[in-house]
Design a protein around this ligand. Structure first.
Ligand code: NAP
Length: 295
């Protein structure tokens, strides 16, 4: 238990993989005097209570935010607007609204105009995850050693930013603050494009004729398996990410397509030097990720 809780009451709006992982840390370290979740499905509410993730569970977002000094949006980003429209009149003066969504500019553009001056808005993205979903999939150690990016709009209260930063630091994360658009461009290449490629490869394999598909599964350890893990991620969440970060994803995809064409040409013309040069450069990137302890 920490000496003093960081928050009086935290409302988790949605409690899947990420929300439940955060709730586990809050519970473990006593970071809030009380906690509540709003979850739409009864099975999720029951799981949250059974697992001891929160003190209370409700299906009513308005009831959930009453008395909360931190409201943490933990649903796919496409669900935010309707939820925030519902809770806005009931937010406590001085409350902080934050989130964990994987895209940030759309979230800022959509929510900032809805939120009144009496609350602070500190959007965030813990860059940690797995391909699993739901409250059972969460675990408190998920965030340890990873980065959390906060994208507070200009003018956000520094105290509010500090309180949200303190929460993620308690989770074992390092915290960076950046502009929402910059976040989206960085994540387009580090996360969104790799997921798009994985969805494409696995889709292509599943379109192959039946006999070949059997062999694809049988010999998947040769590389395909890693793509299938990524491509097993939640479809709704990823739909919302690609539509929410449309421009940065399309820009990155264009660059990727050009680079792929260059490699295609090198293979066609038997240009082994070009391939060696490229693969040597990418191998060095892997080494720098290992050195940064992000492998
Ligand atoms: P998850 O495990 O699928 O959980 C999503 C939660 O949101 C569930 O409690 C679900 O409720 C609820 N929900 C879904 N749609 C809703 C709607 N329309 N209205 C109200 N509640 C709704 O998802 P997650 O992996 O924790 O991801 C949640 C957020 O974290 C997303 O915004 C995602 O971009 C971000 N994120 C994910 C990862 C990752 O690797 N998964 C990493 C970093 C950030 P029910 O259970 O009742 O359906």
């Amino acid at each position: 238990m920490s000496a003093a809780p960081l928050f009086r009451r935290i409302a988790f709006i949605g409690i899947g993989l990420i929300g439940s992982s955060l709730a586990r840390v809050v519970r473990r370290d006593g970071l809030a005097e009380s906690t509540v979740t709003c979850a739409r499905s009864e099975s999720t509410r029951n799981a949250a209570l059974r697992l001891g993730l929160v003190d209370e569970a409700t299906d009513d977002p308005v009831a959930a935010v009453k008395g909360a000094d931190l409201v943490m949006l933990c649903t796919p980003v496409g669900a935010y607007r309707a939820l925030v429209e519902a809770i806005v009149p009931h937010l406590e003066p001085g409350a902080i609204v934050s989130d964990i969504g994987s895209v940030k500019q759309k979230v800022v553009d959509e929510l900032a105009p809805l939120l009144p001056a009496r609350v602070s808005f500190v959007p965030g993205h813990p860059v940690a995850g797995t391909e699993h979903s739901g409250p059972e999939a969460g675990f408190a150690e998920l965030f340890v050693g990873r980065w959390c990016i906060l994208t507070p709009p200009p003018g956000t209260s520094p105290e509010a930013v500090d309180r949200v930063r303190a929460l993620w630091l308690k989770c074992g994360m390092a915290v960076d603050i950046m502009d929402a658009g910059h976040h989206d461009r960085v994540l387009a290449i580090t996360s969104h494009l790799p997921h798009l490629i994985a969805y494409t490869i696995v889709g292509t394999a599943s379109d192959l004729e039946d006999d070949l598909r059997q062999e694809v599964i049988k010999y998947s350890a040769s590389g395909f398996r890693d793509f299938t893990r990524i491509a097993a991620s939640d479809p709704v969440m990823w739909r919302d990410i690609f539509l929410g970060n449309r421009e940065a994803v399309l820009e990155t995809l264009q660059r990727f397509t050009e680079d792929l064409t260059a490699l295609q040409r090198a293979i066609r013309w038997g240009d082994g030097d070009k391939l060696i040069e490229h693969f040597t450069r990418t191998r060095a990137i892997r080494r720098s990720i290992i050195d940064a302890k992000q492998a």
